[in-house]
Design a protein around this ligand. Structure first.
Ligand code: FMN
Length: 164
């Protein structure tokens, strides 16, 4: 898929068809994630892919605005080593790669907040994540059952040439 089309047409999808995502495709999403830019190329990320229905429900219950994870085919939990200075930026880059790769394969996705949320400790405990890792994002994935069109700020509104 054309990169610009992929960026412009990706939307957060929170309703999914009851259809599994092949493991082969899930692997491709994580493969795309590991090519993201990271400060000093440290690549401080790890990815936990959850497809088990019971675990997806538990993750959904732990979150506040991610209850739809219960109906997702998968949830990728993006983690980064918090000892690295730019772990948050790096983890966000990897997360974004997953969302765009998902779009490329016709899979809907939605970023559910991880970092800064009080509930991340519960997510880490559920998944056996070692202490030093921070949860960056919880990425719900599934074949889309909706086609939302949220408004985006116009180019004129956001673009400044040479000075603000
Ligand atoms: C850091 C971050 C946290 C987010 N957390 C949630 C969340 O907890 N629940 C949710 O439904 N959407 C969440 N979203 C998705 C945003 O609501 C969504 O990206 C925004 O409404 C724009 O829509 P779009 O992704 O379709 O362009 C989050 C997005 C980001 C980048």
């Amino acid at each position: 898929m054309d990169a610009i089309k992929c960026m412009k047409e990706r939307r957060s999808i929170r309703k999914y068809l009851k259809k599994k995502i092949p493991k082969k495709i899930l692997k491709k999403l994580i493969d795309a994630a590991r090519y993201a830019p990271s400060a000093r190329n440290i690549q401080p990320w790890e990815f936990v892919v959850v497809t088990d229905g019971k675990k997806l429900k538990k993750i959904a219950e732990i979150t506040d605005y991610g209850k739809f994870i219960a109906d997702a085919a998968a949830c990728v939990v993006v983690l980064c080593d918090s000892n690295e200075k730019y772990f948050l930026e790096d983890g966000c880059n990897a997360s974004m790669n997953i969302l765009l790769a998902a779009k490329n394969y016709g899979i809907g996705s939605c970023w559910v907040a991880g970092h800064k949320k009080e509930y991340v400790g519960k997510i880490k405990k559920l998944l056996g994540v070692p202490e030093k890792y921070e949860v960056i994002s919880l990425l719900a994935l599934g074949y889309p059952a909706e086609n939302p069109k949220p408004k985006k700020r116009s180019l004129n509104d956001v673009l400044h040439w040479e000075k603000f």
